[in-house]
Design a protein around this ligand. Sequence first.
Ligand code: ATP
Ligand code: MG
Length: 400
Amino acid sequence: MPAEFVAALPILETIEAAGFEAYFVGGSVRDTLLGKPIHDVDIATSAYPEEVKALFERTVDTGIEHGTVMILDHGQGYETTTFRTESTYTDFRRPDEVTFVRSLAEDLKRRDFTVNAFALTKDGEIIDMFDGLSDMDNHILRAVGEAEERFHEDALRMMRAVRFAAQLDFKIEAATLQAIKDNAPLLANIAIERTNVEFTKLLQGKAARYGLLEMIATNLNQYMPGLEVVDIDLIGYAELLADAQPQNDVAAWTLLVFELGLTPEDAVVFLKKWKQSNDMVKTIKASIKLLNKLRLGDVAAWDLYEAGNAIDNVLAVAKLSELVVDVAGLKSRYEDLKIKNKGELAFNGGNLTKELGMQPGPLFGKILATLEQKVVAGDLNNSHDVLLAEAQTMAEKAKK
Ligand code: ATP
Ligand code: MG
């Protein structure tokens, strides 16, 4: 048993001592069986939320209406969820109501895939109601129960299928795959933020190529903004992912945007449809600007300067892309830039006002922009005196 579970054993013991059942469930059990490191330990219990809260000194109501209480113990938080069933899905997404139950079996039945439906007892015994262990051995991703029904209940599960297939390098079982094909349009009912989470994980999976190709083969992409049309760009992207995986969300999305051939402006529109954070949009826009130039050939110092903090992302993505660029060379050219941002210029608006008596206006802005460009290009030293002399010359020329 991994240390993370061992550390959480006292929680199971406390709950059981009070006469309830408690198990480790979900992704951490699956990942342990796969020999992978685990992150969060999830617990399922027959105790109702109020009963859980009564047993522990420190708890937080993280999702009490779904039965989830976070138990805080030795600086760790453990999501503890009451066994539940989800009934009557009328909108293909959230259950109309969750019902707390006392039966583990009922709780495992509502889970999405057989390999996500294990329970682990405090004694290290695996409870496997749906032959998940054999699917695990065969590297198969299979819906729990009737796939069709399960995707009707929650259409996000179709995205989760391609996501887990990509992450685990499992093949999607035939009936499960067919049910995705038959029900792909239901994905339109899912909030883009939820689809985004799964898609972003897919793109970083070790079998991302397979996941993406199944996503396309089942037509899920037709219900994903900006990806409705499958062309060589999207397929080419899948092929790139065969050899290397992006190491983070930003790189994954940058590579996608780059392979789709979007302009920086279109990239912004695309990413906003996906409700990406402003930070991510900003980084990707700057990255795409430079990547598109690299695609055309050599770039100027100014292009590197404009990329700014996005430079590392650009280089990471360039390496994954079909571009043939001297990544180390670009990095050292960036490092060697005389200034990295306007703030590092040895002369600023304050100097213009104080030393040349100028007031803000078009000429004022033009002088500063020119100094910035010339310093970045290496045409002027970044020293106050040099820049003052240049500013003076420009100001005098403008007067004539
Ligand atoms: P990860 O390692 O990416 O967190 P995970 O398997 O833990 O993977 P979560 O989204 O954290 O996935 O969900 C935890 C568990 O809850 C899943 O393993 C599964 O049993 C169940 N689950 C989550 N989302 C759904 C869903 N949409 N439908 C059915 N069961 C779900
Ligand atoms: Mg999880």
